[in-house]
Design a protein around this ligand. Structure first.
Ligand code: ATP
Length: 339
């Protein structure tokens, strides 16, 4: 199979971790007979400096005409680029897995998938001021809730078949009340266990007993906050990836920002971007029913786990290796798995 990828390297450490991931996806393509047509586009602070916009039209067109869109982190222009893209391309499902690894310090063992509605809620951007009063509107729709609940169910079926609906319907009775009720209605149609938790109790429970949870279904804002918490429980932002998926388009990216403090030093943790590849391959498997993408994904996941277990890590994760060295070791692991 041949797939076109629109790749935006982004700002700060974005180019370094992108280059590492391109080596890995190229190797996987060679092993599994997948042909990648990778096209590079500009997005973020650098793009704004050069073209006057953080999201040039060519980039948007490139994303629209590709099978996969992969981006590195962007700096100050995140709102103009990624938040805008989520709305414009209707990337309504934000998937954020958080998983701890053997030999990597984590607060507690955790393996959860946060399924976050990505286009509504307070992040809809409906904000205004009346004299000295600032207002933001929280928007939750039945349609938006139904479709995100279906996504949560679909992923839960391939995991531990359990979904926890996160809300604050005791206070936000109408908006979060709708989210809770419609989610329950949808989830009832699937053979999965469903429970619910107030978001404040959830943030506590996630630290106390993360192993009690599997898929968390959340409105936009709660998912944003809980996913950073979950990433930290799992072992830090340097490993966390996320997917933005709609019915037509997709965008895969690391959870962290552009890390300007370490940019250009060659020590950025590339595992976030390797996990981005895991999610992108998983999407190809699900959306195109391509079994070579599934095999590539499974091999990559195992190789990542064993690389981490063997201590092939950058300084942020307690290791001593450079980005390039970690990448070389992962290449070796990949080759060992398919031998
Ligand atoms: P931005 O303004 O783009 O959000 P930031 O530095 O405020 O950048 P993050 O980029 O998320 O926010 O980084 C938070 C901290 O985590 C920084 O100290 C950064 O160096 C570190 N960090 C984030 N991602 C990585 C990574 N992949 N490898 C190593 N360190 C990382």
């Amino acid at each position: 199979m041949k797939y076109r990828i629109a790749w935006m390297k982004g700002d700060g450490i974005g180019p370094e971790i992108s280059d590492a991931a391109i080596k890995i996806i190229t190797l996987l393509g060679d092993i599994y007979g997948i042909e990648w047509d990778i096209r590079f586009y500009e997005m973020g602070d650098e793009a704004k400096k050069r073209f006057g916009t953080a999201l040039p039209k060519e980039t948007l067109d490139g994303i629209r005409s590709s099978d996969l869109a992969i981006k590195g982190p962007v700096g100050e222009t995140a709102f103009e680029s990624i938040v805008y893209l989520r709305q414009t391309l209707d990337l309504y499902a934000n998937l954020r897995p958080a998983k701890s690894y053997k030999n990597l310090p984590s607060l507690k063992p955790i393996d959860v998938l946060i399924v976050r509605e990505n286009t509504e809620d307070l992040y809809k951007g409906i904000e205004f001021k009346i004299n000295d009063i600032a207002v933001a509107l929280k928007l939750i729709t039945e349609k938006g809730t139904r479709r995100i609940a279906k996504v949560a169910a679909k992923y839960a079926l391939n995991r531990k078949k359990k979904v926890t609906i996160v809300h604050k319907a005791n206070v936000m009775r109408i908006t979060d009340g709708l989210f809770r009720d419609i989610s329950k209605q949808e989830l009832k149609m699937f053979d999965i266990e469903v429970d619910e938790k107030y978001v404040d109790a959830m943030s506590m429970a996630l630290i106390r007993n993360p192993q009690d949870f599997d898929v968390l279904l959340t409105p936009n804002v709660y998912g944003d906050i809980l996913s950073d918490e979950a990433a930290q429980i799992a072992g830090g932002l340097g490993f966390a990836a996320s997917a933005n998926i709609g019915d037509e388009f997709n965008l895969f990216e690391p959870v962290h920002g552009s890390a300007p403090d370490i940019a250009g030093k060659g020590i950025a943790n590339p595992y976030s971007m390797f996990n981005v590849l895991v999610m992108a391959l998983d999407h190809l498997w699900i959306s195109k029913n391509d079994s070579s993408a599934m095999h590539a994904k499974e091999t990559l996941e195992k190789a990542i786990e064993s690389s981490i277990e063997k201590g092939y890590l950058t300084p942020d994760a307690g290791g001593k290796l450079k980005t390039e060295e970690v990448t070389k070791y992962l290449e070796q692991e990949l080759k060992a798995y398919v031998r």
